[in-house]
Design a binder for this molecule. Structure first.
Ligand code: GDP
Length: 429
């Protein structure tokens, strides 16, 4: 029996969706355990190209049961729209292959408004939120001011509860932000349009997971974003509002007693970052534009151009440590094929000191990247499927990273398609 978490080692967008899609063939259950629809996994397989936001990436595999755990920000509107989009492409989504935890809290319509209103108030000091309501949602979850998905099965009590929360939230919307208050009529529409649609999927997912575990089924736990966005261990306050780390997976998935047997950390062959905040290894100008174009680095949800830079070994080593990764997948190696010399951020300079330990967030503002250069391979590697067929320079790049971060790179991804992968000797997918 395997209990494996797939997590991001960097700022997110490392290609986790692509790795989950690949690995799901060995798993019976795939669980999303944190975050909401604010980021996107892009998955390319025989069924097409999909941008997933909330749905677990195992949804494309027949026989795999997908769970949205209690740790996610469950946005009925976005989830329903996503289900409609994915099913319109011929993918079957039923209560048999998608289960929503009755203990997942609902992201309510005003969470999105509040996200937008607060970013507007912050003006040039904004955090770069995707305005999907994630921060207001998690604040309210911890204030116990939202609704559990399971409450939808108790309509009368749910409406009473919702009305109480709405009246409290209207005070904030109107008095703090001067916005329009919500009414129960408006909420009825939201319930009818979205909540009723997702209701058939809601169940005691903890019980399902417990039974699956007791029967020795293989469980894959899927995270959103990466270590540097973790609420506690990331670059606060430029983090997300939940824990992206593997150690949160047992709680957010619904089975706190789960013990991980494996943590696959996904690392991109170069760095990207969406939104505001320090990004020490950032490249600018033409060099950055070229990398952004080659890697198609535009947000899956927002279309925003991502900030780009060379791989950051300081941040990656920290990400590996925080995630307690047991193996790594290095993605998008093919994107670097155009470079004569490949830059690597090997340490930081803060004042006179060279540091290789990821510093406290405030110190990042004063850190400069120390860049070393490696030889490029200058040929198309997207068709390579065996380690020994990779050019020597590409092998050296991979082994250099692996040694610098102290964790084996077992998967090397050379394209977005399911089979564009090199699995290093001795490993099974
Ligand atoms: P996630 O949120 O971590 O799943 O990452 P995203 O989906 O936002 O970003 C990864 C993007 O890179 C997607 O568009 C993938 O299709 C693409 N991708 C993943 N692995 C590779 C790879 O090895 N090479 C190339 N060229 N693209 C890849």
């Amino acid at each position: 029996m395997r209990v494996c978490a797939i997590v991001g080692i960097n700022w997110g967008d490392e290609g986790k969706g692509r790795m989950v899609d690949l690995l799901t063939k060995n798993y019976d259950v795939v669980v999303r355990y944190q975050g909401g629809g604010n980021a996107g996994h892009t998955v390319v397989n025989e069924k097409g190209k999909f941008a997933l936001h909330l749905l677990p990436s195992g949804i494309f595999r027949d026989g795999v049961v997908n769970i949205l755990g209690n740790g996610v920000a469950l946005d009925p509107e976005n989830l329903w729209k996503e289900i409609e989009t994915v099913t319109s492409e011929g993918v079957s989504i039923t209560p048999e292959n998608l289960k929503i935890s009755d203990r997942a809290s609902l992201l309510l319509p005003w969470h999105r408004d509040l996200d937008e209103l607060e970013e507007k108030r912050l003006a040039d000091k904004q955090y770069g939120s995707t305005k999907q309501g994630i921060a207001p949602f998690y604040s309210d979850k911890y204030q116990k001011k939202t609704i559990l998905a399971g409450e939808l099965n108790h309509p009368e009590e749910m409406r009473e509860h919702l009305k109480e929360i709405m009246e409290w939230k209207n005070l904030i919307l109107t008095n703090v932000y001067g916005a329009e208050p919500y009414t129960m009529e408006k909420m009825e529409q939201w319930i009818a349009d979205y909540c009723e649609k997702i209701k058939p999927f809601i169940c005691d997912a903890t019980l399902f997971l417990k039974n699956a575990h007791d029967q020795g089924e293989n469980i894959l736990l899927e995270a959103q974003l990466g270590a540097l966005r973790d609420l506690d261990f990331g670059i606060y306050p430029y983090t997300t509002s939940s824990n992206t780390t593997a150690s949160y997976a047992p709680i957010g998935s619904g089975l706190p007693s789960l013990q991980l047997t494996d943590v696959v950390g996904v690392v991109k062959a170069y760095s990207t970052c969406v939104g505001e905040g320090p990004f020490v290894c950032e490249m600018f100008g033409e060099e950055a534009d070229k990398l952004r174009e080659e890697g198609a680095e535009y947000g899956a949800k927002t279309g925003r151009p991502r900030r780009v830079g060379p791989i950051d070994l300081v941040a990656t080593r920290y990400g590996v440590e925080v995630q307690a990764a047991t193996r790594l997948a290095l993605t998008k190696l093919d994107v670097l094929s155009y470079m004569d010399k490949i830059p690597v951020c090997s340490s930081y300079k803060i004042g006179e000191k060279e540091v290789d330990r990821f510093p406290f967030p405030t110190e990042l503002d004063h850190a400069e990247p120390v860049v070393t250069w490696m030889d490029g391979w200058k040929c198309d590697i997207s068709g390579v499927r065996r380690w020994e067929d990779l050019p020597k320079e590409a092998q050296e790049y991979v082994t250099y990273i692996e040694q610098a971060v102290g964790c084996p790179i077992v998967y090397v991804s050379v394209g977005p398609e399911r089979d564009s992968i090199i699995i290093r000797e001795g490993e099974k997918a």
